[in-house]
Design a protein around this ligand. Structure first.
Ligand SMILES: Nc1ncnc2c1ncn2[C@@H]1O[C@H](COP(=O)(O)OP(=O)(O)OP(=O)(O)O)[C@@H](O)[C@H]1O
Length: 317
């Protein structure tokens, strides 16, 4: 099931239409259909091997779909890139050797028809201080910042970032996302793959979850949390036993740590009223929705469970 988000194919920055990508026997992307409206900041989430990089490579024209169509601003990816509409920061690949950071950024920005001034790019990416250093002699975090500079140098309408903050320390991560926010405020469409769910929760206004190449969820972070459908109840209840609480309705998981009870439930109202009906009077009560990370884990585990042999046998009964 997917939850929708306002904005459709009209004015879409990116469209995947029934896209499948096979590497020999491996199906990396499986009938993916997705629209990303212009001006959105979109987080692309999925466990390792879910098909994020393959999808990004297809929208950058680096790989061809086995079937289906990818469009970028209504054009084949290659045409959109040639027209300078796309800036990208990929996960791998070294930087050129024997050139300085400034020379590299200058070189890459000249590939675009309407580049930003190089000094602006260096400043926005927080690399002015290392501009005269050799590009192949940088730390992991510095290399990421140079890659980011290359992604924004062309002042492109779509910025695609594959795990951009990997290797960055906390301070550089904050500088990086502040720079991305400025890009978003200037109307750019930003698509980023990440394993940092907190970043996705804070920054993205659309979250796309894929697993095994299939689209599992698409909406705001709040939509995704609602789709996971679980809440957490936590309270203090001296002397209670785990076995008694397990009898409560809608309980998905339960922990008792030092008299504090932590319940994950699919219906917090029903579970909580049953606690009161059973005569318990808990204290220090907290009822909260799942965070994006927990929702993501719940959604992907449900999907993995649906594919497990026992679940299929269950379905068949
Ligand atoms: N060049 C390739 N040849 C064969 N199989 C590949 C190739 N590239 C990726 N795959 C496989 O395709 C699937 C999707 O991989 P992909 O790199 O797109 O996932 P991902 O979501 O980006 O993963 P990660 O989070 O680990 O970077 C995986 O099963 C992977 O092993």
């Amino acid at each position: 099931m997917t939850t929708g988000i306002r904005g459709g194919p009209q004015g879409a920055a990116v469209t995947f239409e029934n896209v499948t990508k096979d590497y020999g026997q491996v199906r990396a992307v499986d009938e993916l259909s997705l629209d990303i409206a212009q001006g959105r900041t979109v987080a692309f989430l999925g466990p390792n091997g879910a098909g994020k990089s393959t999808s990004i490579d297809m929208l950058l024209g680096l790989r061809r779909p086995t079937s289906g169509t990818v469009r970028v601003f209504g054009k084949p990816p290659h045409d959109a890139i040639t027209a300078g509409h796309v800036g990208a920061m990929l996960q791998s690949g070294g930087l050129l050797s024997d050139v300085t950071v400034r020379e590299l950024v200058t070189l890459m920005s000249r590939l675009h028809p309407r580049p930003l001034p190089v000094d602006d790019v260096l400043e926005r990416a927080n690399i002015t201080e290392i501009a005269e250093r050799k590009a192949d002699k940088l730390s992991g975090g510095q290399t990421q910042r140079v890659r980011f500079a290359i992604a924004i140098a062309g002042d492109s309408d779509l910025i695609v970032l594959d795990e951009p903050t990997t290797g960055m320390d906390v301070e550089n991560r904050q500088i990086f996302w502040a720079a991305m926010k400025t890009q978003a405020e200037r109307g750019k469409t930003i698509l980023f793959a990440t394993h940092y769910l907190e970043e996705a929760d804070q920054i993205a206004d659309q979250v796309v979850v894929i697993n095994k190449g299939r689209l599992l969820a698409n909406g705001t972070a709040a939509d995704i949390k609602a789709q996971a459908g679980f809440q957490k109840i936590s309270f203090r209840l001296p002397g209670v036993t785990r076995d008694r609480l397990l009898m409560l309705p809608n309980v998905v998981s339960l922990e008792v740590i030092n008299e504090r009870v932590l319940i994950q439930t699919s219906d917090s109202d029903k579970t909580f009223y049953s606690i009161l009906d059973a005569g318990y009077r808990p204290e220090e009560i907290e009822i909260t929705a799942l965070g994006l990370e927990q929702a993501f884990v719940a959604i992907t585990q449900q999907d993995n469970g649906a594919d497990a042999p026992e679940a299929r046998a269950e379905d068949a009964r």
